[in-house]
Design a protein around this ligand. Sequence first.
Ligand code: FO1
Length: 316
Amino acid sequence: MNTRSHVTLLVGGVGGAKLAVGLASILPPEALTIIVNTGDDLDHLGLHVSPDMDTVMYTLSGLANPTTGWGITGDTRRALEMITRYGGPGWFGLGDSDLGTNIFRTALLREGKRLTDVARQMSSALGIRHTILPMSDDSVRTVLDTDQGRLAFQEYFVRERWQPQVHAVHFEGAAEAQPSAEVLQAIDEASLIVFGPSNPVLSIDPILALPGLRERIRASSAPCVAVSPIIGGQAVKGPAAKLMAELGIDVSPVGVATHYIDLLYGIILDDVDMHLCDVVSRMNLHCIARRTLMDSLVDKIALSEHLLKWAEEVFS
Ligand code: FO1
């Protein structure tokens, strides 16, 4: 099977979106489907905000703030200033243009459209030709049990700057939610399944928590590989390293591989962790070391090419 014929990429926020750009730069629309975590979603001031979806949309359309990786570059915050003036939740930095996205999404949902249809309509309006799928049209919300009590995802991540100590993570609604038909089709028709360099617990696990999804991936004829989000014992950005340590997961590509051991055929880790390929190989996983830090578009495309070439060599 030609592993390039239909790549299905599972991602969360900024790191995953970077790999999505690299793969979208070299694969035609019919050969790449991006499945996005919606566990970070929130009802904010009556709006359905879908942060990881917006990060992927803004990144693929070139709108994303390059410094933060989320929100729209050059956005203003006039609405946020007024909200703050009234004593509203100014801690969640929704810019004015970003508000436009979320007002429009909320309006379409109120008309009865599915999150999947909304994502298709909005991403194509931004000129994106590749398919971006929310993991489910049903509500799944990541909540965290911490030393400051139970926190909703954005309370933990943004308001508390992911500083609380985490004891457990739950995906509220996951058991009752369904992966969309489009998501199941993307898994079933995949020639290669990729877990992007996203937080294993907060970005990939909510997707895998959907009923039947792990089984579907296991049953797929497509090999499944991960790109380690941990480089040299650190996350590139965000709470992945801190959270993995708090949950007792080894903060290394070995810990990441172990976390998905029932699904993975192999993992790409960064050059600095090349020495860990021996350990990973003893876990009966394929392993290559490449530059996985993606600053420039060249980096994103190079990593994507390495990934596809490796998959072709090893799995075809
Ligand atoms: N992340 C922050 O660190 N601070 C913010 O104020 C913030 C606002 C925000 C608004 C809209 C949106 O779509 C994302 C936003 N993010 C913010 C990122 C968000 O917390 C994501 O969930 C993370 O990127 C994790 O994926």
